[in-house]
Design a protein around this ligand. Structure first.
Ligand code: GAR
Length: 197
């Protein structure tokens, strides 16, 4: 069984795709042991609670220093004993120690075809705004391992999505989620669980 902890900051539609995949059996041999949000108001926390998954908020706002937040966040992770940590719209700079401790056990979903529209400053709608501004005709999503850089780790899966005439960042974001993110993120977890055996 692969124990997965999902880290979130917002709406949690990717978290929902993982919950649904585990329930439907498209993600096999996997258990979500917990969900951690840095944001108390994240709807993702409600999704976790509805699914009966332990949900925790560890917010930098509740700590005096970044170091204290990092320690609390790492303690929370450790308590959930993850084999795999999934960053599903988690908009926090990771503690360096986390990457050391969980090397090759952290994956992230990014809403573009890396190496396009990625790196510092490219997150959420900004990615789609940049893709539209550049006028690309194809975009997509990427699941990759997390290393010390921003969006630089080894790529696991990618899926292309067409940009359509009249797209707004919101329309494109939704299409990339529906046609790529909610498909390849569950697939990646299933593949990792299968490899673990
Ligand atoms: C998703 O589109 C995800 O790819 C993106 O944030 C959104 C979270 O949505 N992540 C990044 O931009 C990371 N650089 P969700 O909370 O509904 O899953």
């Amino acid at each position: 069984m692969l124990n997965v902890v999902v880290c979130v900051s917002g709406g949690g539609t990717n978290l929902q795709a993982i919950i649904d995949g585990v329930e439907k059996g498209t993600i096999r041999n996997t258990r979500i042991t917990g969900v951690i949000s840095n944001n108390a108001g994240a709807y993702a926390l409600k999704r976790a609670e509805k699914a009966g998954i332990p949900a925790f908020c560890v917010s930098p706002k509740n700590f005096e220093s970044r170091e204290a937040f990092n320690r609390a966040f790492l303690d929370q992770l450790e308590a959930l004993k993850p084999d795999l940590i999934v960053l599903a719209g988690f908009l926090v700079i990771l503690p360096e120690k986390m990457i050391e401790v969980y090397r090759d056990r952290i994956i992230n979903i990014h809403p573009s075809l890396i190496p396009s529209f990625c790196g510092t400053g490219y997150y959420g709608l900004k990615v789609h705004e940049a893709a539209l501004a550049r006028g690309v005709k194809v975009t997509g999503a990427t699941v990759h391992y997390v290393d010390e850089g921003t969006d630089t780790g080894r790529i696991l899966l990618q899926k292309a999505v067409e940009v359509l005439e009249g797209d707004t960042p919101e329309l494109l974001q939704r299409r990339v989620m529906e046609q790529a993110e909610w498909i390849i993120l569950p697939q990646a977890i299933d593949q990792i669980a299968a490899a673990k055996g």
